[in-house]
Design a protein around this ligand. Structure first.
Ligand SMILES: NC(=O)c1ccc[n+]([C@@H]2O[C@H](COP(=O)([O-])OP(=O)(O)OC[C@H]3O[C@@H](n4cnc5c(N)ncnc54)[C@H](O)[C@@H]3O)[C@@H](O)[C@H]2O)c1
Length: 262
């Protein structure tokens, strides 16, 4: 336990750890960065957006007393991702908690989506997650370090959803990638898991619902427990997957969808 300036004490469980988060300027990425920072980890964020858009978040993280690093990076570009990983290592040390979070969603049915939209969605959501985790875990192997990988998946890989076929297929691929990587990296004490949230009242879903607010309420009614998820609730479960006590779980999916996929 450590005393903070603001009075209450918090467990600094992740001091000396470095967290690498793609899509860290989005709602879930941002909440995850803040959650790890409160627990003492250094935070490296990569996102498509220019550094000017990261200033507010970096300040907030800095106020929590942790070191930070921001890179404008497109996860579709394997070389750029590799350079990002190396830049973080030079600045904060080897990233040993790797959160593949960046994604996009295109609400187009099978006969509406264009070949370009289909390919782009697979490139961001699946290829991007692969490039990031491949590069970052290669550095763990090079240094002989243990680590954690969390893929941010989705309930949409677990149940058919009519409007988002490219997204669902990419997330289903992510699930198998998680298992393949978990098996290969297990002997190196690198644990690889996936989190699969249901309807989150933030980020990608909130952007879709913004145009038609009634759809958020319809979505809530479809969830068996009648609740939408907050970005902070997702972040806490990501942290849970990386908790030092969670030492046997690998290749698993933590499905947190309030029963939606049932
Ligand atoms: N919001 C939901 O309902 C929901 C539900 C289940 C899973 N998820 C997953 O949570 C994760 C975060 O999504 P969110 O809801 O916070 O959305 P978001 O749009 O708020 O965040 C996504 C971030 O990814 C970044 N990004 C997009 N393309 C990129 C690229 N090519 N390179 C680098 N960065 C890129 C965006 O700039 C953005 O900051 C995603 O993997 C998403 O699939 C979200």
């Amino acid at each position: 336990m450590v005393e903070t300036k603001n009075g209450p004490t918090v467990d600094k469980l992740f001091t000396k750890r470095t967290v690498l988060i793609s899509g860290g300027l989005g709602d879930i990425g941002r909440a995850t960065a803040l959650e790890f920072a409160r627990l003492g980890a250094a935070i490296a964020i990569g996102d498509m957006n220019p550094a000017s858009q990261a200033e507010a978040l970096l300040n907030e993280l800095g106020q929590l007393g942790v070191a930070t690093h921001y890179t404008q990076v497109d996860v579709r570009e394997a070389d750029a991702v590799q350079n990002w990983v190396l830049a973080v290592e030079n600045s904060l040390g080897v990233a040993d908690i790797i959160i593949a979070n960046a994604a996009i969603v295109t609400a187009r049915r099978i006969h509406e989506i264009t070949p370009e939209q289909w390919s782009n969605e697979i490139r961001v959501n699946l290829d991007g997650a692969f490039f990031m985790t491949q590069s970052a875990t290669a550095r763990l192997l090079a240094h002989g370090l243990p680590g954690r990988v969390v893929f941010v998946g989705s309930w949409a890989a677990h149940a058919v959803h009519p409007h988002i076929p490219a997204y669902s297929v990419a997330k289903a691929g992510l699930r198998m990638l998680c298992q393949c990587m978990a098996l290969e990296l297990a002997p190196h004490q690198i644990l690889v898991n996936e989190i699969a949230p249901g309807y989150v009242n933030a980020g990608l879903s909130a952007k879709l619902w913004e145009k038609e607010p009634a759809r958020a309420e319809e979505a809530r009614q479809r969830v068996p427990i009648r609740k939408l998820i907050s970005a902070e609730a997702v972040a806490r479960q990501v942290v849970y997957l990386c908790h030092p006590d969670n030492e046997h779980m690998t290749g698993s999916t933590l499905l947190m969808d309030g029963g939606l996929s049932l």
